[in-house]
Design a protein around this ligand. Structure first.
Ligand code: ACO
Length: 326
């Protein structure tokens, strides 16, 4: 028994921010961004929120799965940009879509979050605990971006993607998921804290500053290019599969050069690595479900296709999972 994807959905803000516009904010050029990252534009939330985008993507996925909201047993949201710490985003999505029976919680694993949430949902289904699970990646990274830092503000975008997983009588796959907390300082988004009365200094807050994503771009680049091919090789080996059994590798959309380097290291052709960061930038945990949804909409996926999902990011965390398309 495992979970199969019965529906997908996506939601992105209507406001599009072109590379050119970033030239007014920081010392950069549209051409530099395009050449170094593959990103040409991204969608930025104006009225939209992490919850509203997640709920919209979820509703679309439910519709395709032909399930009523009350049939959902669990909602798992991966996000590092929640509107509120409490209640969690998943509970707020539950309220919006009226999935009254669902148990809801968020999962925080940065850009690996969707893969981690997908694997968690499959484990609940494989254990026989739940039948129908909504897995959502939703981010409003524009809220946590330092718009004066040219090393990061050119990269990120907002959006959400969702899948509905339903229990099916077929064998699942073993995932390969990893963390290395010792290297966490390479990519951070520090939490806001008030002073407590026991002498603890709240970092930054006392100076009236807020917190933004900070990143050692080159370290993250090298980490991704090294760890992802290895994790893909491992997940294939674990499941007694070969590269020829895989139709597509659906990677976290951080940088075109990272995806190309992974393809090269694996010795696999570029067409097996679809990309859409050109349109959306890096949307962290939303990037994989957004891309999956787009591939489905473009009729790129047929029943029985085997895909590898691969995420990497803050923590550090990274991981791969194999799915068979419904
Ligand atoms: N515009 C123009 N010049 C820039 C910009 C910019 N926006 N940013 C940096 N530069 C300059 C640097 O200052 C440097 O100048 P110098 O040579 O005079 O010192 C030069 O460009 C080269 O800088 P690098 O940092 O070496 O540029 P690089 O080719 O590594 O590209 C980038 C930077 C795009 C950030 C790249 O390192 C990258 O994509 N890293 C991975 C980031 C990533 O994937 N993060 C997210 C993963 S997890 C998550 O999604 C949260």
């Amino acid at each position: 028994m495992t979970g199969v994807i019965k529906g997908t959905g996506a939601s992105v803000p209507s406001r599009i921010l072109e590379n050119k516009e970033l030239e007014n904010l920081v010392e950069t050029s549209g051409a530099w961004i395009q050449e170094r990252t593959g990103i040409e534009r991204r969608h930025i939330a104006v009225r939209e929120t992490t919850v509203s985008m997640a709920a919209e993507a979820a509703a679309e996925a439910l519709k395709e799965a032909e399930l009523q909201p009350e049939q959902i047993d669990m909602i798992l949201v991966s996000t590092m940009s929640p509107e509120e710490i409490m209640p969690c985003t998943a509970c707020q999505v539950q309220r919006e879509i009226k999935a009254s029976r669902a148990v809801c919680f968020d999962l925080s694993a940065a850009c690996s979050g969707f893969v981690m949430a997908y694997v968690t949902a499959c484990a609940y289904i494989e254990a026989g605990i739940f039948q129908n699970i909504l897995v959502i990646g939703s981010e409003c990274l524009s809220d946590v971006t330092d718009w004066s830092d040219r090393g990061t503000c050119i990269l990120f975008g907002d959006g959400a993607g969702a899948v509905v997983l339903t229990a099916a009588e077929e064998p699942g796959y073993l995932p390969s998921i990893y963390s290395d907390g010792s290297k966490g300082e390479a990519l951070t988004l520090k939490s806001r804290q008030n002073h407590n009365p026991f002498g603890k200094e709240a970092p930054g807050e006392s100076q009236g500053t807020s917190y933004y994503i900070e990143m050692d771009g080159q370290a993250i680049f090298k980490f991704a290019v090294r760890s992802i091919p290895q994790a893909i090789e491992e997940v294939l080996q674990k499941n007694h599969l070969h590269k020829g059994d895989i139709q597509y590798y659906v990677l976290h959309q951080a940088n075109e050069r990272i995806v190309e380097a992974v393809a090269k290291r694996l010795g696999e052709p570029a067409y097996k690595f679809p990309m859409n960061m050109k349109e959306y930038g890096n949307t962290s945990s939303a990037s994989i479900p957004l891309l999956l949804h787009e591939m489905k909409e473009k009729n790129m996926l047929k029943s029985g296709d085997r895909l590898v999902l691969a995420g990497f990011g803050g923590g550090l965390t990274w991981g791969t999972a194999i799915i068979t398309w419904k």
